[in-house]
Design a protein around this ligand. Structure first.
Ligand code: SF4
Ligand code: SF4
Length: 345
């Protein structure tokens, strides 16, 4: 099967990106200070190959931005005039998305395709080619292998890349990926030795993911302790409700919608929200999650109990961001590992 595969020398990557950049709005890993995210390629820089492990801000932001304008409006003599926000560019390509972040998009797909089809999210999703780059150097905080995945998992991708030293091995995964590779001139044919190098890189990466999580029977285990207030209070003690773990989680998707208006002109905006915030569920007469322990319980149970009940999949990919970025070292793997065994019967 090695002749199905292509490759490109890393030193020639700008040539490939230029070629794809002529056909697509092209996004690559990019960083400003300590913060990395997927951003429009500047037409020359490929240095991300040297520093990129994963982005701080997940690739979900290319589909569900932290803030987005849904439409604008203006007050006229006979009421309000609405103007839709211009549609996305015809085609986008995200280069280098990590397998865990591609998996997170499948978690979001279930939500945004469910009872109501969200045109904003789905418009971008259906409009985007995903070119994944397997992780050869996962973080200590990563635990994707405990969640039916792998640092080189190609599920949900159109094209998969493997770093094999001075070159990237390139393999089509979806039909769209196949079509794109066929018409891409910058690539050369890969041989058996390249495929063997890729296999070795994949095995080595998998072995580097040392953090393990036992998720067996997790829905039932969480259900059994749901009403144990003392248990959740203890777990919530050190959390400071900053919301970082949810805003930067690739699977969290809660949002608020509000109208911004000034001088008869305005816009309806959708903004990411966090269930960690004290006012998240605040209503005029009550707040059902005013106490921190209730919010922490919701965060854990939503990912490992409620979402799996609806969609038969855990809403956590093991990307480890919430562990790396929490200012007080709150660790979801310790929490899940600490959930007692389910009562029998
Ligand atoms: S990042 Fe840490 S402190 Fe902030 S809300 Fe999440 S668990 Fe709490
Ligand atoms: S809960 Fe944490 S480890 Fe799981 S997907 Fe979200 S940020 Fe990643």
């Amino acid at each position: 099967m090695a002749n199905d595969k292509k490759k490109i020398a890393k030193k020639d990557l700008a040539r490939l990106l230029t070629e794809w950049g002529r056909q697509f709005a092209l996004f690559t890993p990019s960083r400003a200070g300590d913060t990395a995210k997927m951003a429009r390629w500047d037409g020359k820089d490929t240095s991300f190959l040297n520093w990129y492990r994963n982005t701080t801000i997940p690739a979900k932001n290319c589909f569900l931005p932290a803030v987005e304008e849904m439409f604008t409006f203006s007050r006229g003599s006979s009421g309000y005039n609405l103007k839709p926000t211009p549609a996305e560019e015809p085609g986008r390509l995200i280069f280098g998305i990590r397998p865990c972040d591609a998996k997170a998009l499948r978690v979001l797909d279930n939500v945004f395709e469910d009872s109501y089809e969200d045109p904003y999210y789905l418009g971008r999703r259906r409009n985007t080619i995903l070119v994944g780059l397997g992780c050869n150097n996962p973080y200590d905080s990563c635990f994707c292998t405990s969640l039916d995945s792998d640092p080189h998992d190609d599920a949900g991708l159109d094209i998969m890349l493997t770093d094999i030293g001075d070159e990237l091995l390139i393999q089509a995964i979806s039909e769209a990926g196949k079509k794109l590779i066929i018409k891409t001139g910058s690539l050369t044919k890969a041989g058996r030795a390249d495929a063997a190098r890729a296999r070795k890189a994949r095995e080595a990466a998998r072995n580097k993911v040392s953090r393990r999580l036992n998720t067996s029977n997790i829905e039932k285990r969480l259900l059994d302790i749901f009403d144990d207030q003392g248990y959740w209070q203890q777990l919530a003690r050190k959390c400071i409700s900053c919301g970082i773990c949810t805003l930067l989680c690739p699977t969290c998707h809660c949002f608020d919608i509000n109208d911004e208006m000034s001088g008869g002109q305005g816009a309806r905006c959708r903004n990411l929200d966090s269930c960690a915030f004290p006012i998240y569920t605040k209503m005029p007469m009550e707040n059902p999650r005013a106490e921190k322990w209730r919010r922490v319980r919701n965060k854990v149970c939503h990912k490992y109990e409620f979402y799996p009940m609806l969609f038969d999949m855990i809403a956590c990919t093991g990307c480890g961001r919430c562990i790396r970025l929490c200012p007080v070292n709150w660790d979801i793997t310790q929490v899940i590992e600490g959930v007692p065994a389910a009562a029998s019967g």
